[in-house]
Design a binder for this molecule. Structure first.
Ligand code: PMT
Length: 425
């Protein structure tokens, strides 16, 4: 893959040096283009050494004299030529200013001119202060870019260069590289699908300030949403108690309790051709939550009652052809418990993940598990949640391809042949 990597002026520019290395490690050719401000953070020499190519920095840089005037092809204009050679344009970090430049179509330096001339897919990895990220102007520019099919690798949360803590940290180089290769390899295979995804953990009130909840961060569900968007699907994302940035371009609904989640899922179900329940839904709620803050006392007894099983209701209420995937969060007997949930909930697939450790499952950036369906299973070794999301969507896409006969109702395939070898044992 030939990749153009645009680097803008932000402290995260140093991470793009690592990105360059990672892209090359995975076999890509990388041509780096730096803005003038980027050169204030990292020197072109660093990128030249890591990419093995001269770095492009200016519209007025002299062009290789052998190709500058070619009678057959006309005058060689560097910022046009590079876009014709490349498969993908990645901008990392993309600053608030550069995002605005792209959204408004300015071309006042080399990188912005390349963006305007580019016909290939574009990925941006924003990085900025959290107030700049959440500003309506930035958010509206991002929506504009998304509408133009620019792929956005959402920033993470954490400590920022300005000392604030919040959203706006550029995604990690490995994560950006995952996006790049995912996009390079499969373009719009999920176009036409509307995928309803749940994420995060529901909270059931005890009183006005306390709740029964769980450790779900929403990372797994959000990774599924980002991956589905990148592959051309429409995404309805319903999230419960998450604090990470929402993927740009999805229809997003926020809920708190299991009962709110149930209501939203059932309302949106008609629009969905696939449903993936990655949310960690509270199995119990407090029967009579107090409306005020309860006074501290030596002991407190709560009466809990079961919440409705949303997944089961989805299976019963879905239209023909709607594929339904559940997750199973397990600490032991993962395969057996996953199979039991597959059977009892009547879903097309279960992704059973081990939530006993701290490296995978709840809150972590990585996950591991096994995809189970009626005819088989495939192990998902530890990988980033984004990469695992890609595998899950591959399997769903495989089921869809095998089950659709044009002009007929969609019967559900049970053992898609495109799946990976079964892990037996
Ligand atoms: O959010 P992260 O920090 O990234 O962590 C990801 C995760 C560990 C939360 C995720 O990968 C995961 O396992 N999600 C499902 C958690 C869960 O609720 O598992 P369960 O085995 O208790 O439930 C089985 C399935 O039934 C799930 O799809 C769940 O969404 C659904 N369910 C559960 C209870 C209920 N009342 N209604 C439901 O629909």
């Amino acid at each position: 893959m030939k990749i153009l990597l645009g680097v803008c002026g932000g402290i995260a520019a140093y991470k793009s040096a690592e990105l360059t290395r990672e892209l090359r490690r995975r076999g890509a050719t990388v041509q780096v283009i730096m803005t003038a401000n980027a050169e204030r953070f990292v020197t072109p020499l660093t990128f030249a050494a890591l990419s093995g190519q001269q770095v492009m920095t200016s519209l007025w840089q002299p062009v290789n004299s052998d190709v500058a005037t070619d009678e057959a092809h006309g005058f060689d204009i560097e910022h046009i030529r590079v876009t014709q050679d490349a498969d993908l344009l990645v901008i990392a970090p993309a600053t608030a200013n550069f995002i605005a430049t792209m959204a408004h179509g300015f071309s006042d330096d080399l990188l912005s001119s390349v963006c305007l001339a580019a016909k290939m897919p574009i990925i941006i990895a924003p990085a900025m202060n959290s107030n700049m990220w959440s500003h309506p102007a930035t958010q509206s520019n991002l929506v504009t870019l998304r509408q133009r099919n620019v792929h956005i690798v959402a920033p993470g949360s954490g400590e920022l260069a300005c000392g604030m803590v919040g959203d706006g940290r550029m995604a990690e180089p490995m994560q950006i590289a995952d996006h790049v290769f995912e996009l390079g390899q499969r373009t719009s295979d999920l176009a036409g699908e509307t995928i309803l995804i749940t994420a995060g953990g529901t909270r059931e009130p005890i009183d006005a300030v306390r709740y029964v909840g769980n450790r779900s961060s929403g990372k797994m569900g959000f990774a599924l949403a980002e991956s589905a968007l990148a592959r051309g699907a429409k995404v309805i994302l319903i999230s419960a108690s998450t604090a990470i940035p929402v993927p740009v371009g999805c229809d997003h609904l926020r809920v708190t309790t299991a009962s709110e989640l149930e209501q939203q899922v059932l309302t949106q179900l008609d629009r969905a051709s696939m449903v993936i329940m990655a949310a960690a839904v509270s199995d119990y709620r407090v029967v009579s939550p107090a409306t005020r803050k309860l006074k501290k006392q030596a002991s407190l007894t709560l009466e809990l009652t079961q919440t409705p099983d949303i997944l089961r209701q989805v299976v019963q209420a879905r239209a023909a052809g709607t594929l339904v995937v559940g997750f199973a969060a397990e600490t032991e007997n993962i395969l057996e418990e996953g199979r039991r949930k597959l059977r009892e909930k009547g879903v097309d697939m279960i992704v059973a993940n081990d939530v006993s450790g701290s490296d995978t499952g709840f809150e972590s950036d990585d996950n591991a598990g096994v995809i189970l369906w009626e005819g088989g299973e495939v192990r998902l070794h530890r990988a980033s949640k984004r990469s695992m999301a890609g595998r899950i969507l591959d399997h769903l896409h495989g089921v869809r391809k095998e089950s659709v006969t044009p002009g007929t109702d969609v019967p559900l395939a049970r053992s898609p042949s495109s799946l990976d070898p079964i892990f037996s044992g």
